[in-house]
Design a binder for this molecule. Sequence first.
Ligand code: NDP
Length: 419
Amino acid sequence: MSKLMIIGCGGVASVAIHKVCQNDGVFDELMIASRTVSKCEALKEKLQGQTKTKITTAQIDADDVEALTKLIKSYQPDAVLNVALPYQDLTIMDACLAAGVDYIDTANYEPEDTEDPEWRKIYEKRCQELGFSAYFDYSWQWAYEDKFKQAGLTALLGTGFDPGVTSVFAAYAKKHYFDTIDTIDILDCNGGDHGYAFATNFNPEINLREVSAPGSYMENGKWIEIPAMSIKREYDFEGVGKKDMYLLHHEEIEALGRNMPEVKRIRFFMTFGQSYLDHMRCLENVGMLSTTPINYNGQEIVPIQFLKALLPDPASLGPRTKGKTNIGCIFTGKKDGKERSIYIYNVCDHQECYREVGSQAISYTTGVPAMIGAMLVVTGQWKKPGVFTTDEFDPDPYMEALNKWGLPWKVEENPVLVD
Ligand code: NDP
């Protein structure tokens, strides 16, 4: 029996909270703490008659380490699941250390203000040394390794679908299917249609930053960076059909590159429709994706935050989105001296997710693994002192839990490879 604190109450959090409440044999107490407490209260109201989990709520600004530490100390959870924004990763890790509690998240740190000169100095050095220029990277959180180790606490980073499940797929492939893995292609296909000309499936700020950044992949331990959206492939996805997909920088490449250095090439592809790309390019060209504040009529406005206010709330896309996602990894390598290739993947239906938890499949495919990661930490199955990504534990209990909690996976031998 365990006590969990969830920070954030947006699209992903809502699914994680539903799943925690379904899993009331493990989670008997839950605190939902977020910036806007009315959202936490609305979820509590909806769920408390349907679960044995005792739900409480709290208002918190997770940027305020002192206030958050006080809240964690007063509630005394076994772990904190951070499904607020990547901007809060470091302050929540600091509060967990101060309160002596395990930490779990779904996305690696990036700063809210990318013009901050102190952050920029370190960022520019990293760009030069490592060779990729995305705003997000693991270095900030990996730097907490000694602190978590000394405190005897676990930090589990990036337990969403990608990153998260995709890295578990890699650990599973390594354990059960290969003696050596040569290449990993991570494919993220969203075949869902929400009927809007333009909307993002998760937090628009984070999503647009990720997609508009230069692409990069790892080859023989080195980063190769390419202009945004300049490598395009077509792939025929089960449950979706043929889609164009583009090579992007993505955070699990960094973790897998470090933890599985024998893999010769790691790439990440995501599907996009033409309308999404046209809108994004136009918004970028006119400066609407900028994080630098401008002064408008005497008021300071951050363009991408203003854009977020105009776009549909990702949490509201649930009832409108039809179609399926297909996300997985193609592995090539050798087993018993023979060449082998497999695709491990999950197909998820937007409407089925909506019927079950009131959310579309992007939030669902992130919120379910967030709950699973939290479950494995609080039950002690994935607990060791230090800072880890999901490829660094035994993948078997996680893979079992995916089947049980709504994200069943398949293994296809000899899939079509991506050239
Ligand atoms: P949303 O914008 O829908 O929700 C974010 C929530 O965090 C909101 O409830 C927001 O509060 C709250 N929040 C923001 N700032 C603070 C703060 N300072 N203090 C307390 N609460 C705060 O985002 P999503 O649910 O779409 O995404 C959540 C996380 O999941 C992100 O980190 C995202 O990168 C990650 N993600 C990971 C994926 C994966 O596969 N690994 C895929 C998709 C998302 P308020 O309600 O007041 O706005």
